[in-house]
Design a binder for this molecule. Structure first.
Ligand code: ATP
Length: 335
């Protein structure tokens, strides 16, 4: 029996989480969901973004499927998402980006994985006002965390039969911090055999990703660059509705979509659940159900190629629930 922590989050969270759960439940696997709620009021009252009940549940179950949680811009509590990643040392953020044939993509052969360091960099949130008019943020890049994420990306390359790793950096300006990230990453990657290694300065990489996205295989990036790159890359394949993700550590794994809580479309049954369904597929592979993961992907490929059953963000008119049902029908036909 696999016990899995299920977190709805907020905004479109519950809608897309219930879709993904329905797709997983359709396989009748040996899975028991433990639903845990985030008590936002309590966290805000205590000015502490760590949801202890969620952490406790994930520590017990080891694996979680999570909807997005809103983080206020400029004010309010620090990010709950970031707090969970740091608290559980989920140091690797894995974000596959691929184009589906049939959709109105500018590029039809994008197939890359962005691997982002997930626990340090600017996301430590170490900020203060030096004077009334000057704010300071501390960006930490450590040798240990860098070597861990570089090693993770090399192993991922081998597991997924990939060939090339591109290291994203700005070591021409941030000579110490990004210099360390670049040098330590290279040192680790050189220790593995048969990896094509290249490095690209982050601004040039952004331009080249837009012009030549099919040239990229695995991109290894420090925290903030990885976050920005993955939204950019999701735009190349028609948006956040299709971008899945996983936060992986040595002991625990939390699967969640790249997108946020999208409050503008919440509660309207119009969110595209594909990103979270693909995140759930990654989770199924993680716990040993590779065949089921492949079935979900194949059914999505077929649906998108056919182009009849699409959500609003992809130019269709199906709601979240209706799209989920048509996907399940397709999976059942493939079984
Ligand atoms: P966060 O700061 O939490 O990462 P964000 O800045 O990434 O959030 P999102 O909430 O992810 O913002 O949404 C950005 C826009 O993308 C939204 O306005 C929404 O219209 C669209 N979007 C995001 N997710 C989806 C989805 N699953 N289906 C359809 N549209 C989506």
């Amino acid at each position: 029996m696999h016990n899995i922590t299920l977190i709805y989050g907020d905004g479109i969270g519950k809608e897309v989480v219930l879709s993904a759960k329905k797709v997983v439940d359709n396989f009748n696997l040996d899975i028991n969901w433990e639903v845990v709620d985030i008590d936002y009021k309590k966290l805000e009252k205590n000015n502490n973004p760590i949801p202890l009940n969620v952490i406790e549940s994930i520590k017990k179950n080891k694996v979680a499927l999570k909807g997005p949680t809103t983080t206020k811009v400029g004010t309010g509590l620090k990010s709950i998402n970031v707090a969970i990643r740091q608290e559980l040392d989920l140091f690797a953020n894995v974000r596959p980006v691929r184009s589906f044939k049939g959709l109105k993509n500018k590029y039809s052969d994008i197939d890359m994985i962005i691997v982002r360091e997930n626990t340090e960099g600017l996301y430590l949130g170490l900020e203060n006002m030096i004077t009334k008019n000057i704010a300071q943020s501390l960006r930490i890049i450590s040798k240990d965390k860098t070597r861990a994420i570089a090693d993770f990306s090399a192993r991922l390359l081998k597991n997924k039969a990939r060939k090339k790793i591109t290291i994203a950096h700005k070591a021409n300006i941030l000579k110490l911090s990004d210099g360390l990230f670049l040098n330590e990453s290279k040192d680790v990657l050189f220790g593995h055999t048969n990896i094509e290694i290249e490095d690209k300065i982050i601004d040039a990489l952004c331009m080249d990703l837009v012009l030549n996205p099919c040239n990229y295989d695995i991109i290894l990036a420090p925290n903030l660059y990885g976050d920005i790159l993955s939204d950019l890359a999701s735009g190349l394949v028609l948006g956040l509705g299709l971008a899945p993700g996983a936060n992986i550590g040595l002991e625990y794994a939390v699967f969640e979509a790249v997108h946020g809580s999208a409050p503008d479309i919440a509660g309207k049954n119009i969110a595209n659940p594909t990103a979270l369904i693909l995140s759930a597929a990654m989770m199924l592979e993680h716990i040993g159900y590779k065949k089921e993961k492949e079935l979900i992907e194949k059914a999505l490929e077929d649906i998108f190629l056919e182009g009849k059953y699409l959500t609003f963000d992809l130019g269709g008119d199906l709601g979240t629930k209706e799209f989920t049902n048509s996907l399940i029908n397709r999976i059942n036909k493939l079984k």
